[in-house]
Write a protein that binds this ligand. Structure first.
Ligand SMILES: NC(=O)c1ccc[n+]([C@@H]2O[C@H](COP(=O)([O-])OP(=O)(O)OC[C@H]3O[C@@H](n4cnc5c(N)ncnc54)[C@H](O)[C@@H]3O)[C@@H](O)[C@H]2O)c1
Length: 375
């Protein structure tokens, strides 16, 4: 594409997400015609040697060891935040105040107070929050089928995000166990994804009741959380997020049961969506497993021929492509800081409910949470 504007990126953090995003910045233009050219200008972290190694491996032009020196640079258009959660707010606010486009990993912040300041600072700039699972083609198909009324009125939403690494405190991602860096444990890390998906697929939550648990002795963040919830559309839900669900590696899953049918998804089999159509003749009733890599499925016609499956990394590529297209056409991208602030409010309601052992109403009009009736 001739004469595309170049957007230079400064990325802070070069760990797991740093690699996932670097890959997306490189790959997006190989699969899609992008409205912008992307420049991988500067990668930022604390360890000079490892940083240089990552920069070389992933094709970043420059390195910097302090993010403050980078986010306001005039040659930078996008600041992408891939750091532990506690740094999301200061980096995002500094970048937004410097009028940069801001991309930020999830959860948006460690508290609603921080998330509100971030959303306020970024009011005038385009933002993206990497709730990447919205862009799984099978999840896209689920959204389409729900929107078209193919499963009718929703009765039940069941979301769970199960991992099993919670007994490894010396893991390189040990910051996840420190409340000052992570904010919370399984709630912010895993449940945030489930809540983002659930509210996107099924609308706002109006009430919830949680039980938040730490199994590991002395640990100060939650290892697991379970949740009952009621949605504004009248459906009821259960959620479960755990780092102690032995045997599960990255089972981010949901099932939705409606008056006309049901849907089920599991990230560990991310190329598939299960669909049960109540209008099928009774002898054929049941879940059918659809391979979502073919004609009529989102994104995949840009990748490989039908049936040639895609992977985790594509969720970041598709998120980025949608963001760049929205930016180019002047449309608002979702999920942005404002959407992620709503998820942060839900997380705070979960924590409040867990500690006070109360049902909590989520007041969307006032965008505050307030304690409700006794359990
Ligand atoms: N979207 C997803 O599915 C997904 C998956 C994993 C992690 N995440 C989120 O991504 C973020 C990063 O997680 P990760 O798994 O990549 O962690 P990680 O531990 O692999 O990487 C964190 C990076 O931040 C850097 N860092 C820490 N303090 C810094 C500072 N002061 N200045 C500059 N860099 C600093 C570290 O050096 C490291 O490079 C977290 O917010 C996490 O919740 C999202």
């Amino acid at each position: 594409m001739p004469n595309r504007r170049k957007l230079n990126i400064a990325m802070v953090g070069y760990g797991f997400m740093g690699r996932a995003h670097s890959n997306a910045f490189h790959q997006a233009g190989h699969f899609f015609d992008l409205p912008f050219e992307l420049g991988l200008k500067v990668i930022c972290g604390r360890n000079k040697e490892k940083l240089q190694q990552t920069a070389t491996q992933w094709g970043w032009e420059q390195t910097a060891t302090d993010w403050q020196s980078v986010v306001g640079r005039p040659d930078i258009d996008i600041v992408d935040i891939c750091t532990p959660n506690s740094l999301h707010a200061p980096i995002a606010i500094a970048a937004a105040c410097a009028d940069k486009i801001v991309m930020c990993e999830k959860p948006l912040a460690n508290s609603v107070e921080q998330a509100e300041r971030m959303a306020e600072a970024a009011r005038g700039v385009p933002t993206l929050v990497w709730f990447n699972y919205r862009r799984v083609p099978a999840v896209r198909l689920a959204h389409q089928l729900i929107s078209e009324g193919r499963i009718g009125d929703v009765f039940h939403y069941r979301g769970f995000y199960l991992q099993s690494w919670g007994r490894s405190p010396n893991d390189p991602g040990a910051w996840r166990f420190h409340p000052e860096e992570a904010g919370s444990g399984a709630s912010g890390d895993l449940l945030s994804h489930s809540l983002d998906l659930a509210t996107w697929l099924n609308g706002p939550v109006r009430r919830l009741c949680s039980s938040v648990h730490t199994f590991y002795p002395g640990r100060k963040v939650d290892d697991a959380v379970i949740l009952l919830a009621e949605f504004s559309n009248g459906s009821i839900a259960t959620f479960e997020a755990s780092r102690f669900a032995t045997g599960n590696q990255n089972r981010n899953a949901f099932e939705v049961n409606g008056s006309q049918g049901s849907l089920a998804f599991n990230l560990e089999e991310m190329n598939h969506l299960q669909f049960s159509d109540f209008s099928d003749e009774s002898a054929l009733q049941g879940f059918r497993k659809i391979l979502v890599t073919g004609l009529g499925h989102a994104y995949v016609d840009h990748v490989w021929p039908p049936g040639h499956v895609i992977g985790y990394e594509h969720t970041f590529i598709f998120t980025l492509v949608d963001f760049l297209n929205a930016l180019s056409s002047g449309n608002r991208f979702h999920p942005d800081f404002s959407d992620a602030l709503a998820t942060q409010r839900l997380l705070e309601a979960v924590a409040e409910s867990g500690s006070r052992r109360l049902w909590v109403d989520v007041d969307h009009a006032e965008t505050t949470t307030k304690a409700g009736s006794q359990r």
